[in-house]
Design a protein around this ligand. Structure first.
Ligand SMILES: *Cc1c(COP(=O)(O)O)cnc(C)c1O
Length: 487
């Protein structure tokens, strides 16, 4: 980049430098997205390495954009774990798309606070329209009212806040929880930690979070769920919310939402469904069966920033009882009153945060630039790649599958055919295998623990991932195992 040590003008009449660097940065981004493989997927930095390279105090004088961009290249880029790298198979693939990126850029350009309809009508109405498009594409009823929040953790918190508001026996809004019976939350042993965290935040307390065991396929045991609800009713507790998951975090198992919904109805519980990762696949007719019963949800969360190619900070919460949600969370001071409040949605009434980003814009860019058919084709490709990897694992004498693969995460471990060591030693072998492959920088995958076994977990679903990337990952694992066994 050219040597220009003058700082950038912040004068709106003089944005020529801004224009120049803006073009440069877009070129840099296009190069980066064309070749994310030029970088090791997992950052090779050690703790503290980045801080050491940065000054202790903010600069007193303005610095030039040349200097800032150079430091971004030299200090920030090597300190990144590259989620854009198609070898990124850890956790869940969270891959934004180039069009989502442009939507994000445009939203940053407007920099509105979409708390009220009035503070940016297009932000509110685009959010309503885009979430209604998705609602229809997912096959959900008209009663589902959608809102965008930053993460599934926040969406789930809001779902639990609404659930708590719906409990007739307590007036939480006025009196808090002190004068009511203990409220109980039902999850499974595969439920994401965000639900328990939400239970802590809404004042339920961890002692009242009931963890229902899951079956051989990691699905919530329905009989055990009913038994737990009954026992709580009998001891004077108030079961108030149950949270089935479609696409659990460890194995992507899908709970039987229909059966859970029957129990929720029978015992008057709020039904909150967590489909943070798998939710977008309700748009695939052949996957729709996993979502049976979701149309009965009181609240339902899915993340556009996971498998819907939208930049992070885009979680969708549908609620079929928006009046309850509003009763729980609306609090309008004089200075935020508006004339048209009876005719419009003011999204601040339906969330925890007052200020809201214009996140619907990037989602609109994404949905329009892929089209439903474009998205479906990508998901089918991802699902097929996962099945391919599963077949490779199953066919290999030194590996075994540890869970079914209903979506695109493959859970397996190395278990050499002539293995005679202990289970602990096998865990250690798999642990070493994972770290050795990850250190090499071509692939990054993570682990979980299933039925006591350390489990390797490869998540497919990256926008830039092709079959050869999966093959590279699999070869890295099999070669490294041979290497470790020789030692
Ligand atoms: C990722 C995930 C979450 C948490 O999502 P955030 O948006 O990071 O808060 C919750 N539940 C499930 C099933 C997930 O996959």
């Amino acid at each position: 980049m050219s040597e220009n040590l003058e700082s950038l003008s912040h004068d709106p009449r003089d944005l020529e430098q801004f224009r120049k660097y803006g073009h440069q940065l877009i070129d840099w981004i296009a190069d980066y997205h064309s070749h994310p493989e030029n970088f090791p997927v997992l950052s090779q930095r050690q703790p503290g390495d980045i801080q050491k390279q940065l000054p202790d105090e903010a600069p007193q004088q303005a610095e030039s954009l040349d200097q800032i961009l150079k430091d971004a290249e030299d200090i920030v880029v090597p300190g990144m774990t590259h989620w854009n790298h198609p070898g990124f198979m850890a956790y869940f693939s969270v891959s934004g798309s180039p069009t989502g990126l442009l939507g994000e850029l445009m939203a940053a350009a407007f920099n509105v606070n979409a708390m009220l309809w009035k503070t940016s009508p297009a932000a509110t109405e685009l959010e309503q329209v885009v979430l209604d498009w998705l609602r229809k594409a997912f096959g959900f009823p008209e009663t589902f009212f959608g809102a965008i929040h930053d993460t599934a953790s926040t969406s789930t918190l809001i779902g639990l806040i609404a659930a708590r508001e719906a409990v007739a026996e307590v007036d939480v809004r006025k009196k808090g929880l002190s004068d009511g019976p203990p409220l109980c939350v039902y999850i499974s042993d595969q439920t994401h930690s965000s639900v328990e965290k939400a239970a802590i935040i809404v004042g339920v307390g961890q002692d009242y979070v009931r963890t229902i065991p899951s079956d051989d396929e990691f699905r919530m045991d329905i009989n055990a769920l009913e038994a737990a609800i009954k026992a709580d009713v009998e001891s004077g507790h108030r079961p108030f919310v149950v949270v089935p998951t479609i696409g659990t975090t460890s194995t992507t198992s899908a709970d039987d939402v229909e059966a859970v919904a029957d129990l929720a109805e029978k015992y008057n519980l709020w039904l909150h469904v967590d489909a943070a990762y798998a939710g977008p696949l309700a748009m695939l007719p052949e996957m729709r069966h996993h979502f049976t019963g979701c149309e009965r949800a009181d609240s339902y969360v899915t993340n556009a920033h996971k498998w819907l190619f939208t930049q992070i900070g885009c979680s969708i919460l549908y609620c079929s009882k928006p009046d309850v949600l509003k009763r729980a969370l609306s609090l309008v001071p004089e200075y935020l009153k508006t004339q048209e409040e009876d005719e419009v949605v003011n999204y601040m009434d339906y969330g925890v945060a007052l200020g809201r980003r214009f996140n619907a814009l990037k989602l609109w860019f994404v949905l329009r630039s892929f089209g439903v058919e474009g998205l479906q084709a990508l998901w089918r490709k991802h699902l097929e790649m996962a099945q391919q990897l599963r077949r490779w694992v199953e066919a290999h004498p030194d590996f075994e599958m540890l869970a079914p693969t209903p979506f695109s995460v493959v859970c397996f471990r190395a278990k050499p055919s002539d293995w005679s060591g202990s289970e602990n030693a096998l865990d250690e072998l798999n642990n070493q295998l994972m770290h050795a492959v990850n250190r090499a920088g071509k692939v990054f995958f993570s682990h979980t623990r299933l039925k006591g076994h350390l489990t390797l977990r490869m998540a497919i679903g990256h926008l830039y991932m092709e079959t050869h990337h999966v093959q590279t990952a699999w070869e890295a694992v099999t070669k490294e195992l041979q290497h470790l066994l020789k030692k």
